[in-house]
Design a protein around this ligand. Structure first.
Ligand code: BTN
Length: 316
């Protein structure tokens, strides 16, 4: 969809959301477009899932909006002002990474209703059917590459805090898995470009399961969804909340105020002493979870020895 078309649709929705009948004449004057263009836009909105009543004398009345994160449904906030939506795309991360290379602005958000080649960490596939959350944020932190791990942690935390606003408790499995109980409900895929030791840009990919089919396939056999855990909110509202939390945490990170992030992260991690297995490349360590350090690394006790892990994944 062209930007100009999106703009008209957005402005029509804005008028309709005021909750009253709106005449075609009013819309045509307000938007400086022809009556035919208004009629076409209303039809387009109906195709996009909006339920709109039309009466020759009174005009149009919005009866309901779909829970789809179209750009005009998103409220610009802080650096997040540029929203791009796809009904379906290969991967929001792949797309945004190439936009970033072409110079896209910080705060660009790409959201898709479904993905055909969704990617998880370590080259895994990410199950991406319609109706779930698939989105990527573009950041240009210009910070040393060593600090990149922090961005991953704060991204997971922002999602957890966003979901918690809807009354669902989320745990964080280092570095970037979102769990409900012991099942995965979401994950973060951070991909960055480093120049001269600094992160020139980072693409933060967020996948959250809103609904999953009852019949589990291999990719989601241990996963859960928000719907299975009593989520009653709207997807659009949740995305907005995550963006709000992200913006606040990221501002703190840029100011060097990482204590808050680590403290909040720690409150949601596994209980200390739990036996975990950590995989770092080919190396595997089994031991007791001993906490998260202030620099975002994971501590694991292997007998009497404490190991500090900067990159890797907790297997269980
Ligand atoms: C993981 O847990 O392995 C990370 C999963 C990240 C999935 C999201 S969905 C949106 C974005 N686009 C992708 O292809 N992957 C990320």
């Amino acid at each position: 969809m062209k930007r100009s078309e999106e703009e008209y649709l957005g402005r029509i929705v804005e008028e309709l959301k005021k909750g009253k009948w709106v005449s075609g004449e009013f819309l045509s004057e307000r938007l400086q477009i022809s009556r035919t263009q208004v009629w076409k836009s209303i039809n387009k909105l109906k195709k996009l899932g909006y339920s709109i009543k039309g009466l020759r004398r009174s005009g149009y009345l919005l009866c309901s909006s779909p829970d789809i994160p179209y750009p005009w449904e998103m409220m610009p906030l802080g650096r997040f002002r540029n929203f791009i939506f796809f009904e379906s795309i290969d991967s929001t991360n792949t797309y945004l990474f190439s936009l970033a290379k072409e110079g896209a602005e910080e705060g660009t958000v790409v959201i898709a209703n479904s993905q055909t080649a969704g990617r998880g960490r370590y080259g895994r596939k990410w199950f991406s059917p319609k109706g779930n959350i698939f989105m990527s944020f573009l950041l240009r932190p210009e910070c040393p590459a060593e600090k990149g791990g922090f961005i991953t942690l704060l991204s997971g935390l922002a999602c957890a805090m966003g979901i918690e606003k809807f009354g669902i408790k989320v745990a964080l499995k280092w570095p970037n898995d979102l769990l409900i109980g012991s099942r995965k409900v979401g994950g973060i895929l951070c991909e960055s470009s480093v120049e001269n030791g600094n992160i020139s840009f980072a693409v933060i990919g967020i996948g959250i399961n809103m609904y999953l089919p009852k019949k589990r396939n291999e990719l989601i056999k241990n996963a859960t969804s928000l719907a299975e855990n009593g989520f009653k909110g709207k997807r659009v509202e949740l995305i907005q909340k995550i963006i709000e939390e992200f913006e606040t945490l990221y501002e703190k990170f840029l100011k060097g105020d990482t204590c808050f992030i680590i403290e909040e992260y720690k409150r949601r991690t596994l209980p200390y002493g739990e036996i975990i297995t950590v995989k770092m490349g080919e190396r595997i360590i089994k031991g007791k979870f001993a906490g998260i350090e202030n620099d975002g690394s994971l501590l694991i006790m292997e007998g009497e020895k404490i190991n500090k892990i900067y990159t890797g994944e907790v297997l269980q």
